[in-house]
Design a binder for this molecule. Sequence first.
Ligand code: TYD
Ligand code: MG
Length: 454
Amino acid sequence: MAKSNTFSCSACGASFSKWSGRCEGCGEWNTIVEDKGLSSAGPSKKSLGIRRGKTIPLSDLSTEETPPPRATCGVAELDRVLGGGLVAASAILVGGDPGIGKSTLLLQAAARFAQAGVKTIYVSGEEASAQVRMRAQRLGLAQAPVKLAAETNLRDILTTLEAERPQLAIIDSIQTMWADHVDSAPGSVSQVRAAAHELTTFAKAQGISIIMVGHVTKDGQIAGPRVVEHMVDTVLYFEGERGHQFRILRAVKNRFGPADEIGVFEMTGCGLAEVTNPSALFLSDRGEPSAGSVVFAGIEGTRPVLVEMQALVAPSPHSQPRRAVVGWDSSRLAMILAVLEARCGIPFAGLDVYLNVAGGMKITEPAADLAVAAALLSAREDVALPADTAVFGEISLSGALRPAPQTENRLKEAQKLGFTSAIAPSGGKSISIKGLGLRRASDLAGFVGEFFGA
Ligand code: TYD
Ligand code: MG
């Protein structure tokens, strides 16, 4: 095959038929690099190079091109996390601990997309096609029109994708892929980077959406999904506690939708089932009010979610009392304890403090501060807040309470789930919701005085 234009300048983009030390186009030194084709076949090289460097005026973009077309799979929890569906020619990374359920999730997603008319290929580098088929049978998806491939060589995969021209390709996992022009073992940083880069470039050039799976690794030998986060359009993490049956798909970066959006799934014997009302799940079994338990009205992405904060405060037998946190930030807990002590005169010295977000949920919102403070006080004083009360608000170091964003949505969700009262910071616009008694506090000391009589 005649080789032409296989070298290009990384500074100005000029193409050359042979390598030289200095670019004739822009005069830069050492910028000529060999253009490695995605595969040995010709067309991709042409389509990759043909538009290089061409610009178009922003105003000339026709309106049909924006917003980008999206394909939905019908699993609302997944479509929402993707920002309202799968954007054509996008690269998506799904990270998560080994065994958390990524392959299950993506095989189900592949089947649903395929059933919705999106031509889908599922490439497994970890399991043989027969094993993937067995999994599909277990999930009741054996008849879905998905094509399977068991392959780890990137060049072979790209050639297959070029020939098949699917709209969606799922690569499970990026750590098992290897590009033959990189001299290191599969899973190494350079292999993972090279594979992700080629797949992403390929996605853009060919208009194929690619979902890559990345295992979170504790071992330094194998590159984790973080290495490729910056290359892709969307980064989703699949998380959950092993002992709990539900899993959360969280968007941490999304060029085509809101970040911090979550989708909630429940693990069942026949795969993941979507949970459309997560608040009900996280609040299950609430009956009698109990000391140390407070319901936080939170927002995850665009959706209000109610979760239970549980605290236990007990005299410590140790000289260094314990502070243990599950599902929340431990330095934030230290801050709340310090504010309670400094601004309200309530010491926690000599007391062990345990804080747990029920159901294996992880909360990152500062608006959870007030619910945490309430749970800690309730546990310490052994006084329960009424069970039908939802709490939220951010606490500042001065002890003042700051209004939280989306107050109305939080209150509406609480009301929808049968809560009859809520405690929120004062300030912001006045809101009244039928059937929900709203009480406002402007600082932590006032809140403590009103609800715990201290
Ligand atoms: P798997 O999808 O293989 O995890 P990953 O690809 O992240 O390593 O799932 C791990 C195990 O959990 C597997 O044996 C199947 C099982 N599982 C279920 O039984 N039901 C479910 O809903 C899920 C998600 C997994
Ligand atoms: Mg897997």
